[in-house]
Design a protein around this ligand. Structure first.
Ligand code: SAH
Ligand code: SF4
Ligand code: F3S
Length: 460
């Protein structure tokens, strides 16, 4: 059957339309992509894994570093060719750019890449369906206002079937935006100021997830531990209190949250780490640098010592907690001594996992105009040094688990037959063979071997 013969008069029926969504950047974008897919499915789009076959392509983009943003333009370049081929064959392909590049660059994207039909910022996703409909009639649509309405209220909920298809772990955004204004970072500009969703909305969404088989929920926010939402009692709750509430939902066995700022780790949250078994003993707490001078220039508003003392308090509350972090090397003005201070801090904390980046100068951020931009070669060298230490710490952490019995949430089939893959409490993928356990179950396993990015286990 040819494409043309499938068409109803006046074009394809809505039910036949396919959308391909490509996600860049952080977990918040992963979550947003699911919500966009849900919103588009209400308008008749089904998801496809093949972009050549799609009537609509959504690029959910990231602006955090220059490379991330530039990737989008090379992808658009490739898509343009497919779009032209499709047009020659009488098929309309719509290209939408969403996410943080959309928010940051707005109309500039359409000027630079005229094949783009829709530019839509993260605050406008509840309007994606109508934006696409307008674009398919020939309009160029740019929606980058910070919406006054609550997009979460207006976005359609995921169907039970949709949740099931995504597996037994799920993300749930509870907070968006950031008021911290670290001097290197674009997020306060791309995601706007901090907003916390109310408890009732979050609980309803978590119940829905649990009802469809989700066992582990990761709460998301650019600054998730700054979440302070309105409770059903009219009081303002903190994240610790919210975690206790969510742990009561039947079916939910594991809770996590990401990403946190050291300034917002309050006593209630530390108490949750102490008292709440469902809260996994893993904390992503970016520090960026171990030098007070650099931390100050970054506007992090804490010292290296504040951070170290905080880590001690958290470890005191929950001794088996594993720490994870983010680091930037080569922030303007960073000297060898400053970098050594970062290496020292890493040695003192001992990370189970970490992400490290070369400073990327972002237009419009205060860091971009600072003196003392660091030479690329120096940055490369520092990054290599830091990463080799972090990789060593990560493999030491994994090696330390060999021989121990741990609990595992089984998530999916493994690569080889009979294998299943799950996650440890510390977020490591664990491969297990010959188990009676099924996807969604939590079982005890004994770790037999640690490889660079995963663990191997047998039933305990
Ligand atoms: N909200 C989180 C981080 C968001 S961005 C937090 O406050 O920690 C994720 C990470 O990207 C940051 O932690 C930082 O390490 C890195 N990053 C952000 N802007 C950057 C830049 N301009 N150059 C290099 N890395 C950057
Ligand atoms: Fe960016 Fe800093 Fe906000 Fe994190 S806390 S999102 S690094 S401005
Ligand atoms: Fe990137 Fe935006 Fe997330 S800039 S890291 S996608 S908040």
């Amino acid at each position: 059957m040819t494409a043309a013969s499938r068409e109803a008069p006046g074009g394809k029926t809505a039910a036949q339309r396919k959308v391909f969504i490509k996600t860049y950047g952080c977990q918040m974008n992963v979550y947003d992509s699911t919500r966009m897919a849900d919103a588009l499915s209400a308008g008749g789009f089904v998801e496809t894994a093949d972009h050549r076959d799609a009537d609509l392509i959504v690029l959910n983009t990231c602006h955090i570093r220059e490379k991330a943003a530039e990737k989008v333009y090379s992808e658009i370049g490739r898509l343009r060719l497919i779009k032209e081929q499709n047009a020659a064959a009488g098929r309309q392909m719509t290209i939408a750019v969403a996410g943080c590049v959309a928010q940051a660059e707005g109309e500039e994207i359409v000027r630079r890449a005229p094949s783009v039909d829709v530019v839509i910022g993260p605050q406008s996703y509840h309007r994606i369906d109508s934006a696409v409909a307008r674009a398919r009639k020939g309009e160029k649509v740019v929606e980058t206002d910070y919406a006054v309405e609550d997009k979460f209220d207006k976005l359609p909920q995921s169907s039970r079937q949709g949740i099931r298809a995504r597996g037994v772990t799920a993300f749930l955004t509870v907070q968006e935006g950031c008021d911290k204004f670290c001097t290197f970072c674009v997020v306060p500009y791309t995601r706007g100021s901090e907003v916390s969703r109310p408890v009732s909305q979050i609980v309803a969404e978590a119940e829905r997830l649990a009802g469809a088989g989700v066992r582990e929920v990761t709460l998301l926010g650019q600054n998730v531990n700054a979440w302070h939402g309105e409770g059903p009692d009219g009081r303002e709750w903190g994240l610790g209190e919210l975690l206790f509430r969510l742990a009561k939902i039947s079916g939910i066995a594991r809770l996590r949250y990401v990403t946190s700022h050291p300034r917002d780790m309050d006593d209630g949250l530390i108490a949750a780490h102490r008292d709440l078994a469902e809260l996994m003993p893993y904390l992503h707490l970016p520090v960026q640098s171990g030098s007070d001078r650099v931390l100050k220039a970054m506007n992090r508003r804490h010292t290296a010592d504040d951070y170290l003392r905080l880590v001690d308090r958290i470890r005191h509350a929950r001794s088996d907690i594993a720490m994870s972090g983010d680091f930037i090397v080569g922030f303007p003005g960073e000297s060898d001594d400053d970098f050594d201070a970062t290496m020292d801090l890493v040695r003192q904390v001992g990370y189970a996992q970490a992400y490290s980046f070369k400073y990327s100068r972002r237009p419009g951020t205060p860091g971009a105009s600072l003196d003392g931009q660091v030479d690329e070669n120096v940055m490369n060298e520092r990054l290599q040094h830091l990463q080799s230490l972090l990789v060593r710490q990560q493999s030491d952490f994994s090696a330390g688990l060999v021989g121990r019995t741990i609990d595992l949430l089984i998530e999916k089939p493994g690569r080889n037959s009979g294998q299943l893959v799950g996650r440890s409490p510390w977020l490591q993928p664990v491969v297990i063979a010959e188990t009676d356990g099924a996807i969604g179950e939590i079982i005890d396993v004994q770790i037999t071997r640690a490889a660079s990015n995963s663990l191997f286990a047998v039933p305990a």
